[in-house]
Design a protein around this ligand. Structure first.
Ligand code: MTE
Ligand code: HPA
Ligand code: MOS
Length: 749
């Protein structure tokens, strides 16, 4: 099935937040934010701004009718700053007017007096000063202390990795309209309608049943709208409550980039020990997560960093520790991979450091340590149905890695200006929200008596193709054509208590619930048909009823009308909760993931050693999809994730100055991969495996894992740099921008 949004997207017919027909009398809102990163607010003068043309109202903390608090995991984040600001971009007031332009003019007239306080942007400095979001956490397996003695080689180092701007094409926004009796309907570009509903209710001081959140689709979320779509929706809701008017906000790119959090930068210290056969015997890592000024999702992100600290490798003795450090930056948040990529980068850095010191290829160490069935990870989960070696071996064979390697070596012998680099990147990513209680979903299906069907789930379509997969489930289960089915927006009145569409689990969780709902309806309908074709096996195929594999006279429409006249329920609401998963935080042990996704990629890059620029010649992937429900959509996720991962590792450089000002604040100063910088060739091979029972139709989750193939791009560049400048002692810090590559090419050891 082709992506059901494809045609409308291309024709510009798809509806995003800013395309919603505006109601007469709609007002527009603009957040007014702090221009310093840490300060006491001495005074706010709104007088001139309030008198400005077209201004209806300006809201501050004083106007909050409930709690001025939007922290989801830890209540440490005010909606509007009160006495202090903790990052540049923190919202102090909301300007509401008859046009956005009027609001922008007025914003220049607001006067805030600050008393500036010291600014911290570095996570290690924050940790040293005791500024933590929460107490540190530590995962432990075996006994590293005694293991070091058994190691033939021990290497230590430090590795830093930068954040990443989400750059969803659709910026943040929300649109609130008043309803009867103080209830409000809000269209929100959010991955988590229930998270928005909960915070609107809390800040407005009204019950959740008075707040309806509706989400048609997002123009991309990538984690940036899991938690951080909330403040904007709450602000317009508050203005709507106060003014009894529809209020809309659709952010400008530079405002969005300045005010919202990003992928967390991390700094880490590692120590790795290997035996003479290159088996990793022990690994210790300490992560310093740059959380920004409030918790947001940082505790959960940090947890996933720890879960993935040994990537696809079995290490019998591990200590992985992490600090969530409070700095004066916008609160960092979910971003595809959710801390996992940062955890994986560090062990890859450690392996490369070890390989370079020992004079072996990193691939030898990687391969010697891949996880296999029965291996225990640092958090106690025993791996089953492991495909790490299978994807690795298949990748080596299918793409003839040996000849590629020989060709690259020969190239490097005969070329002075250009050097090629190769790297292999295995991945192993856990599927499920790390927080067990979030792993559930619901679906609601109505069959109308004309035979048409409408489907609601808790899942949000954000370009990942969720709705197409949901449609496939309905069509395949009920035996009807796609044009009989309509996928409705995600709405908190139809499906309540949703988890955000995140953790790559959207299709698994919502799909399983939907499958249950469809199966329940199917059973009921079959019973209706059974009355006519007694003792025969009933099936529905191509909108016809089959009895004992023979087509009957009864069509889907006939059957539905029959069921309706017999007063059979034609609606079904189903609930699914992932079985088998559990986790005990007091012991840091359990079985948090339903299953893991595996894959291996080979990266070839050519570096221009005069300029420091690079081009990716090819990226060859063998990926474990299980039994893919939709190969085109899944390949799209691999390509998108891969390129986003390459961007993170190479071009994209978020720069805050020491005063917490975002310097890379627009697309002129923040470079994302474009059509010229994507790999010349991306080959994706599907590893045919049984799949996993807990994956929807055995089609494994695919949203986030491929981003981590991007890490291989970093190490491919490094290997080319090493070919040019073999003796330099290079740091392992990402991103590897052309500037940094150039410096390393000519670095003296
Ligand atoms: N693909 C597109 N096109 N747009 C997105 O915003 N988000 C990613 C991934 N793929 C995203 C995407 C992230 S961060 C996640 S968690 C998953 O999609 C969420 O969707 P799923 O659970 O249905 O895979
Ligand atoms: N992944 C993504 N989002 C989340 C998670 C997770 O594991 N936990 C809470 N939100
Ligand atoms: Mo994805 S970072 O779990 O929204």
């Amino acid at each position: 099935m082709i992506n059901i949004d494809a045609h409308n997207h291309v024709k510009g017919k798809s509806i995003y937040l800013d395309d919603i027909q505006e109601v007469q009398g709609t007002l527009y809102a603009l957040p007014f934010d702090a221009t310093v990163a840490h300060a006491k607010i001495k005074s706010i003068d709104l007088n001139a701004a309030l008198k400005s043309h077209g201004i209806v109202s300006i809201l501050t903390a004083k106007d909050v009718t409930g709690l001025n608090q939007i922290g989801g995991i830890i209540p440490d984040e005010p909606l509007f700053a009160e006495d202090e600001v903790h990052f540049r971009g923190q919202v102090i007031a909301l300007i509401v007017g008859t046009s956005e332009h009027h609001c922008r003019m007025a914003s220049k007239l607001i006067k805030v007096e600050f008393e500036e306080l010291p600014v911290i942007v570095d996570p290690r400095e924050a940790q040293a000063k005791g500024k933590l979001i929460m107490p540190p956490r530590q995962f432990k397996l075996g006994d590293t202390e005694s293991a070091w003695a058994k190691c033939e080689h021990i290497f230590e180092g430090r590795s830093d990795v930068n954040g990443q701007e989400h750059l969803y094409i659709e910026t943040q926004g929300a649109y609130a309209r008043p309803k009867e009796d103080g209830s409000i309907v809000i269209s929100s570009s959010t991955q988590g309608p229930t998270a928005v509903q909960r915070m609107v209710a809390q800040v407005l001081g009204i019950p959740m049943h008075k707040v309806e959140i509706d989400t048609v689709r997002l123009g991309g979320g990538f984690g940036g709208k899991e938690d951080q779509a909330t403040p904007w929706a709450v602000m317009v809701a508050l203005a709507c409550q106060m003014l009894h008017k529809p209020v809309k906000m659709s952010m400008h790119r530079m405002d969005d980039m300045r005010m919202t959090g990003k992928r967390h930068p991390y700094s880490a210290d590692f120590k790795i020990g290997l035996d003479k056969d290159l088996k990793i015997i022990a690994y210790e890592v300490t992560h310093y997560q740059n959380a920004g000024a409030a918790a947001d999702l940082s505790p959960a992100v940090m947890e996933r960093t720890l879960f993935h600290s040994t990537n696809a490798y079995f290490v019998p003795n591990v200590i992985a520790k992490a600090y969530s450090c409070k700095t004066n930056l916008p609160p960092n948040t979910a971003f595809r991979g959710f801390g996992g990529p940062q955890g994986k980068f560090v062990i890859e850095a450690a392996i490369v450091k070890a390989a370079e010191s020992l004079g072996v290829s990193p691939a030898m160490i990687q391969k010697a340590n891949l996880v296999k069935d029965g291996d225990e990870l640092s958090y106690g989960q025993i791996l089953q149905q492991v495909e790490a070696s299978n994807t690795w071996e298949t990748c080596m064979k299918s793409y003839d890695y040996e000849s590629q390697k020989n060709r690259v070596e020969a190239f490097n012998k005969t070329n002075a200006r250009f050097k090629k680099g190769l790297a292999i990147q295995p991945i192993c990513f856990g599927i499920s929200f790390t927080n067990t209680m979030m792993n559930h979903a619901r679906a609601l299906v109505h069959i109308y008596h004309d035979g048409s069907v409408v489907v609601s789930t808790g899942g949000v379509e954000m370009g990942q193709g969720l709705n197409t997969k949901m449609l496939q489930i309905v069509v395949e289960t009920l035996g009807i054509k796609a044009d009989k089915v309509r996928l409705e927006s995600t709405n908190t009145l139809r499906v309540a208590n949703t988890s955000p569409t995140a953790a790559s689990a959207g299709a698994d969780l919502n799909g399983k619930a939907l499958l249950m709902a469809c199966n329940a309806l199917l059973e009921r309908l079959k019973a209706v048909a059974q009355k006519e074709y007694t003792d025969q096996i009933i099936e529905i195929k191509d909108e016809m009823v089959y009895a004992n594999e023979t087509k009957t006279e009864m069509s889907w429409k006939d059957l539905i009308l029959k069921a309706f006249t017999q007063r059979v329920a034609l609606s079904e609401n189903a609930h699914y909760a992932t079985p088998t998963i559990h986790y005990d935080k007091t012991k840091e042990k359990g079985h948090p993931f339903a299953y893991h996704v595996y894959g291996t990629s080979i990266h070839e890059v050519t570096v221009d050693c005069l300029k420091g620029t690079y081009e990716f010649d090819s990226i060859n992937i063998v990926h474990d999809f299980g039994k893919s429900m939709n190969k085109d959509i899944d390949n799209g996720q691999i390509e998108g994730g891969l390129v986003q991962g390459i961007g993170w590792m190479t071009l994209e450089e978020i720069i805050y100055n020491d005063q917490g000002r975002l310097v890379s604040n627009a697309l002129s100063t923040y470079k994302v991969p474009d059509i010229y910088s994507v790999p010349k060739q991306i080959n994706i091979q599907h590893l045919e495996t049984e799949g996993h029972e807990l994956a929807i139709k055995k089609s494994k989750a695919v949203g986030e894992p491929p981003l981590m193939y991007g890490i291989g791009a970093y190490f491919a560049i490094r290997s080319a740099v090493k070919a040019f400048n073999p003796n330099a002692d290079l740091a392992v810090n990402a991103p590897y921008t052309p500037e940094k590559v150039l410096m390393d090419l000519y670095r003296k050891s």
